[in-house]
Design a protein around this ligand. Structure first.
Ligand code: ATP
Length: 224
């Protein structure tokens, strides 16, 4: 029997999105197809923990994601991290989604990450708890090889133990598996887009035109 919409896995996609680009959008779209997701919930980080302060504020980054995902019925925006004071951490976000008035305990959740983000996972606060709260799907990203040998030993062990070859299996448990997946390789980064904008070059075809128009209107990223 096919799972009904409310029990299909839900994708969770966090990021700084400073700014959002086609690498993010293709990752979410391809994951939705591959894992049979009911949808992808985009959760821009308010104040991300493990990196420099973003160039734009939480609301400005949230607005760009809203524009980027507009018109895609499988995508939704979750402003909770932006609205929460203090540093944004993924485990409390997932614990919130596990509440009965949100997704509940049984719904499969799939945390979507690029390979570079996964490689840094062992530095995340309470990272071991992630696997109790969600599956983790790791997208290949150009320039970041998928090699467990390069991971910290405890993360490599978790990766090997939890690795699941079959995307269809994510629907049969709420959390706990890790899957590595190839997506259309797009060597796009927000860092590079910010650099292009700072020197007055065009970011066209790297990100949605609607987001570019918004950036130009507000004169975002005009300085390095
Ligand atoms: P920056 O260059 O500022 O570090 P970024 O382009 O890496 O930004 P983030 O907002 O930090 O973007 O990324 C959010 C998530 O999307 C992360 O899990 C990251 O690995 C993933 N991601 C970003 N760009 C790509 C890409 N081109 N291909 C695959 N995954 C990506």
């Amino acid at each position: 029997m096919l799972p009904d919409a409310a029990s299909k896995p839900l994708g969770i996609f966090g990021g700084t999105f400073d700014p959002v680009h086609f690498g993010h959008l293709r990752l979410a779209e391809e994951a939705a197809d591959l894992f049979g997701l009911q949808g992808v919930r985009w959760i821009p980080a308010g104040r991300p923990a493990l990196r420099d302060t973003p160039r734009l504020g939480p609301r400005q980054r949230l607005d760009m994601v809203r524009l980027a995902i507009a018109g895609n019925p499988r995508f939704e925006l979750d402003p909770a991290e932006v609205d929460t004071p203090g540093t944004s951490y993924t485990v409390p976000t997932l614990e919130r989604l596990r509440q009965p008035d949100a997704c509940g305990a049984e719904r499969p959740l799939v945390l979507l990450l690029g390979n570079d983000a996964f490689a840094s996972l062992a530095g995340w606060r309470r990272w071991r708890s992630l696997f109790e709260l969600a599956h983790v799907a790791v997208a290949h990203r150009p320039g970041y090889p998928v090699d467990p040998e390069r991971l910290p030993p405890e993360l490599a062990a978790a990766f090997r133990r939890r690795l699941c070859p079959d995307p269809g299996q994510l629907a049969s448990a709420p959390a706990g598996r890790v899957i590595s997946f190839a997506m259309t390789p797009l060597d796009i980064s927000a860092t590079r887009i910010r650099a292009l904008l700072a020197k007055g070059a065009s970011p066209r075809y790297l990100m949605p035109d609607s987001v570019i128009a918004h950036i130009r209107e507000h004169r975002f990223y005009t300085e390095n």
